[in-house]
Design a binder for this molecule. Sequence first.
Ligand SMILES: C[S@@+](CC[C@H](N)C(=O)[O-])C[C@H]1O[C@@H](n2cnc3c(N)ncnc32)[C@H](O)[C@@H]1O
Length: 205
Amino acid sequence: VTGSPVDPQSVKGFLSSEEGAALTDLARACAPLGPVVEIGSYVGRSTLYLAAGAREAGGVVIAVDHHRGSEEHQPGEAWHDPELVDPETGRVNTLPAFLETLERAGARDVVQPVVARSPDAARAFAGEAGLVFIDGGHALRTALADWRAWGPKVAPAGVLAIHDVFPDARDGGRPPHEIWLRAKASGLFDPVGGAGSLMWLRRVG
Ligand SMILES: C[S@@+](CC[C@H](N)C(=O)[O-])C[C@H]1O[C@@H](n2cnc3c(N)ncnc32)[C@H](O)[C@@H]1O
């Protein structure tokens, strides 16, 4: 990633380099329309890709995560990582590792972390976003709440990007695909692109 001393692929996370490059391009193109908003930062891999594009356009990234991990990150679940457990509380806490990623990458000036549940952060966000990237909880209830809270916040001509959209159920869980379908059917968005399991739609004017 241009200008970053940290290769985002060296950061724990779930995004391919192809998907990351697409996020950088989207952030660069959309940042002039309003802030880039990320739902689900985890340890910061996708955040660094977004920050690179936003920086080039003179914009900012608002990185929303409660940092408690999603359902699949909890102890005993498929994507649990014991290194991300706070030894004092025994709970998942990705905030220290996330802040360390930003510090190492020199991205603190571009990225504004918001430690909150996504719908609460949306209520506190008054303006319009140039790009909203949804990669939060993958339970249906959580994904629907992200779409309902953030879909209307995308600026005209801005972009809504969703990660882990698998049209074929055999490839992965359905909720991100479900909210992509809802965005497409809403009349507010046109599907315009994809890279790997990242799919994006443009807000109609
Ligand atoms: C799949 S991970 C994000 C991965 C990251 N985008 C990357 O590229 O590596 C999902 C993240 O969403 C966060 N999350 C889940 N539900 C959330 C919610 N309702 N509000 C805020 N954050 C949430 C979790 O804490 C977790 O860090």
